[in-house]
Design a protein around this ligand. Sequence first.
Ligand code: NDP
Length: 337
Amino acid sequence: SREIHLKRRPVGTPVGEDFATVVIDVPPPDPGEVQVRNLWMAVDPAMRGRMSDAKSYVPPFALDAPMEGPAIGEVIGSNDPAFAPGDLVFSRLGWREIFNAPASALRHRDRSALPAQAWLCFAGMPGLTAYAGLMRIARLKAGDVVFVSAASGAVGSIACQIARNIGCTVIGSAGGPEKTAFLRDVLKVDAAIDYKAEPNLTKALAREVKAMGASGIDVYFENVGGDHLQAALSLANDFARFAVCGMISQYNVTDAPVVPRNLTMIMTKRIRMEGFIALDHMDLEAEMVERMTGWNAAGQMASAETVYEGIGQALDGLSGLFTGANIGRTLVRLGTE
Ligand code: NDP
């Protein structure tokens, strides 16, 4: 079995020498342990943070040990009564093909209702993030005009589809013509903005709002910050709700940000702007999975994934997150069912 270790902490963009592929023999599971063969793992931007030893809300990856991340696997051996061969399980033990883990590190997942990888996508944390942000924080209702930034990403692509399914009008923004085509053709949004091609994002959003005969936006699902937030404030209707999920354009900013310049509009328009962390809303998980399963069965939840084949491509998947190469959730297929 192969696993990928962090050899040294990357400086800037990670390079191949920062990692090692290690071949190991996995012994039979000890009492209380389960042996799992991973089928899928996800990679996300937060993993880059864990490669550095800066203090954060999750500890850094250890050196000379396999990295971690969300994964879906199949039980192939069990020394614990709660798990049997053939069970589908979720763990945080990605970056390895076969592993033994204590039963407490695994969660059962239903393999009859959804494709296995959906548990890492719309029925997993990206799904919960989009669902909690829209339903609880933004109190979404049918008829709302909803603006989603980073709309082709893992969370954004699900947010667009939830809003569409609830009966909202959806405007998404993403970088490049391929991503805006994906927003229109696959996610079926009402309007898509290529922010990289627009010299003035506020004007572009105003143009799309006008073209649909709306007065402004009622809900903003914020992933990006900066000029995206400025545009959303400018086009917000009175009493608009802004769910702040992330501000990715600001994470690497070293100078003081120059936008948004129009924060006063939060008061003049009586906007309610609220940040949230998906982990605080785990109580919504069962409800979210039920609704996602229903939408999926009705053909109303397109999978939005970029798939890399095999553990040998896992690092390519990770670098694709930073070059803009990936659409939707980035997955690595580690084994076949
Ligand atoms: P994504 O799959 O959305 O990947 C990041 C996306 O951000 C890329 O698709 C890229 O899209 C876009 N992006 C990167 N830099 C910029 C920029 N300067 N301006 C505009 N867009 C940019 O990742 P996730 O779905 O995992 O995360 C989306 C957001 O949600 C992030 O802000 C993240 O921090 C946040 N998040 C928050 C959680 C919470 O609990 N609050 C949980 C998970 C994620 P493009 O190619 O179109 O530029």
